[in-house]
Design a protein around this ligand. Sequence first.
Ligand code: ADP
Ligand code: MG
Length: 338
Amino acid sequence: MAHIQRLSPTLSNQIAAGEVIERPASVVKELVENAIDAQATQIDIVVKDAGISLIKVTDNGNGIAADEVELAFQPHATSKISSNQDLFNVKTLGFRGEALASIAAVAKVNLTTSTNGSRGVLVQIAGGQQLNKQTVAATKGTSIEVKDLFYNTPARLKYIKTVNTELNRIIDIVNRLALAQPQIAFTLINEQRNLIRTSGNGNLQQTIAGIYGRKVAEQMVSFEQQTSDFRIFGFISLPQQTRASRNYISLLVNNRYIINYQLTKALLAGYGSKLMVGRYPLAVVHIKMAPLLVDVNVHPTKREVRLSKEAQLIDLITTTVAAKLQQLNLIPDAVHNL
Ligand code: ADP
Ligand code: MG
């Protein structure tokens, strides 16, 4: 039997990376979430080869203090929570302090950041090893380049699907993040082609237009409802405006995109028998609730969350959607005036 020994930090970060960094789209998600948490109003994403050779995310957020940059790349290092109470009252998208350490363990990373907009710092890290740190001129915010993802973990690289599949996953996650944050202007560029552009003016319907096109957005109808625990609002399509998959349904809890089968079912239940078999509506459903009622510490990627009072929320979504569609049915002309 071999002796027990502690893994080196590089190796343990590579193992941890397996949990959060599955593919290029996971890198995009983590970097954009960091930009959102840094209060950016503009987030620009550039990818090459569907993110395998390059992912670059630039934001105009708060930046990282020059003397904390190394710390940001340490595992379990975060500015977002500091106590047990915070963990159960998370108000940011991140809180695990894992993403930068994980990404830097399996790629080559250049990060430029500035908290004041004149001087900043550039750090270069590859495979978890810091290669360089220097002072540079920089605008306020952070720009992070992730190159040659999984270059040192060939098994993971092999698992990557075609460029098309990976690019679609990136587009999908940026779509959801943009729908979650209408007050942030997003761009996504792949090989010089602009794939996504949202205005960031706070208007949800215009954001939907930026993602799904103007015609689609104009045909969707708005809803809003409130109880003592929840406020829900957003846009849904009419029963005749459907798609062949549920992928056009976005659930956003406190501006976090989540996957929740029960809530999706609740939305569909609101349509009753109005949908044809195998057809699904488009919907952007924002749910606001006290952070204390949301447990985000369920899954490493935070795509699934545990909601208190889920049964009430399910009921609220179904009845709100049903009432909205019923109301439009009674006044058919209203659809054109929305
Ligand atoms: P987490 O987001 O869970 O805190 P990360 O590893 O993603 O963990 O980031 C570590 C820390 O680095 C963050 O807590 C934050 O302080 C800082 N950080 C990362 N990205 C940015 C950014 N784009 N702008 C400002 N600060 C950032
Ligand atoms: Mg993060």
